[in-house]
Ligand binder design. Structure first.
Ligand code: FE
Length: 141
């Protein structure tokens, strides 16, 4: 069967917890695989506004473009929209007594952060993402 874009977009990366532990730093493992949260204003990408692309630190999938990033003041990298709606899955999250929407990488299932309905126009969304869940690739000059 020929590869279709749909098939490529939903192809999953599945690894054991031991494999993830071997591949990721302890902080990345805690956030991506145990749904942790880095302390606000500590991640290296919050104030990165260079041109480029943001990829999943677990599997390398393209998640966000720099054009969607903005300074929300919330303490974590914030984006108005994913690079592709298929790149991210959303889940109801009622942990810690809050009703939130968790966002995960569609390819590897890694926890990224949450999406809130208080972003700027035109989307009105704030994808609040841990720096540790992302890698940044600078665009060529
Ligand atoms: Fe991923």
């Amino acid at each position: 069967m020929p590869d279709t874009p749909e098939k490529t977009a939903t192809e999953k990366v599945v690894k054991t917890e031991a494999e993830w532990r071997a591949q990721l730093t302890p902080e990345q493992y805690h956030i991506l695989r145990e749904k942790g949260t880095e302390r606000p204003y500590t991640g290296p990408l919050e104030f990165n506004f260079e041109s480029g692309s943001y990829h999943c630190a677990g599997c390398g999938a393209l998640l966000f473009a720099s054009g969607a990033k903005y300074d929300s003041g919330c303490g974590w990298p914030a984006f108005m929209i994913p690079a592709d709606s298929k790149a991210i899955d959303e889940h109801e999250d009622s942990s810690y007594g809050m009703r939130r929407v968790e966002v995960t990488c569609a390819k590897c299932g890694g926890h990224l952060g949450h999406v809130f309905p208080d972003g700027p126009r035109p989307t009105g969304l704030r994808y609040c993402i841990n720096s540790a869940s992302l890698t940044f690739t600078k665009a060529p000059e």
